[in-house]
Design a protein around this ligand. Sequence first.
Ligand code: DLL
Length: 437
Amino acid sequence: MNYQYWEPQAETMPRAELEALQLRKLKEEIGFALRTPFYRKRLTQAGITGTDAITSLDDLRHIPLTTKNDLREGFPYGFLSIPLKDVVRLHASSGTTGVPTTIYFSRDDIKRWANNMARCIFGTGCTKDDVFQNMISYGLFTGGLGFHQGGEEVGMLVIPTGAGNTARQFKLMEDFGTTVLHATPSFLLHLESKMKESGVKRENLIIKRAFAGAEPYSEDTRRRIEKLLNIDVFNSYGLSEMNGPSVAFECQCKDGMHIWEDSYIAEIINPDTLEPVKDGGIGELVLTILCREATPILRYRTRDLTGFYTEPCPCGRTHRRLRRITGRSDDMLIINGVNVFPSQIEEVIMGMKEVGNNYLIVVEKDGALDRLTVKTEVNTDIFMDDARPLNTLKEKIAKALQVSISINPRVELHENGSLPVSEGKAVRVQDIRPKDV
Ligand code: DLL
């Protein structure tokens, strides 16, 4: 195969050179971190008061881990290392209790992110001749703007459609000759299931590739999308705390995602003991960003479970490859690409006096998409024969949840004491989505 590289030298540099570069950038990043209120305190406590404290990549382990909770506690400016006047953008993701984690970017940070994104996109075989339909949410979510900038950087024609509206998506594909798609894997499957009713014929479309990420999916699902739409699908991994998409991406070999080690230091740890996992083993991914000055984040616990491939990739890139994410070491749910913590749902419903003591969160498949149902018990005094107050309450709960978690759930009301109560630890979440779809 004829592999194409956006930055041949940077993508194929010998490991020793790559690690020397990581060390240099790590020191620089620690310099930025020491300018933030959060890390000044955290690093000083760990005995790191200057960049000289780090002399090798092994010294990384002296840096304490950073958690989502730390980011939340630092809200809004505890992790900012440059003056606000030099910040040009922010992105945010949901927090466990409604406090978002916010990431700031300088102009140079945005350029570096766009370049990394271009590296991912170009590495799959795209060129400036491609027409790229970006069918993922724009806004505070990093997926939309992240891929948008990368697509433009490559020189493709980018159609910023955003998520949803399958009929319009098909129309745009036909009208503009879209060749490349980006969406969550569940939206790609949903799209295919709607093709027939949209009246569009596959032979009138010239799509050939899609980038799919932002939520877990199996190898079987990839193959299914590829077969149904007759395209190549590339896995794309990222998280807002680490810029968003462009952390790791599959190349033309489609066998594991190259993590850009000149922009990130990746470690795999045992989530219980926090000790490193031996090469090739599965554990929790911990990331240190090396390409952002405005919001340095060191040794971030992603909670994503994965491991490295140990064999080199035939494409010749020296940046290691991550396995498909197999799960999480916390209780975060990803519903149609949107991250939701059960605690966010609990906070909304338990704050309502009409709601009883027990509730259940059910996540299942409705066709290709995920469906969230929140079942709650209701205090007996409103559980009457008259359906009106119940419908009003249902709407109130659905609306409040929509505001809090950006998902419109189905709400079911049950009489007090009628939802199952488990004997030990309460089981509040039933995720009955098949694992391989
Ligand atoms: O989902 C960024 C992104 C956008 C990635 C578009 C890829 C494409 P967050 O909303 O912060 O950011 O969610 C990050 O989503 O920690 C994983 O648990 C999960 N995730 C992201 N990509 C994948 C993937 C974006 N390819 C969280 N496979 C991460 C499995 C994924 N899980």
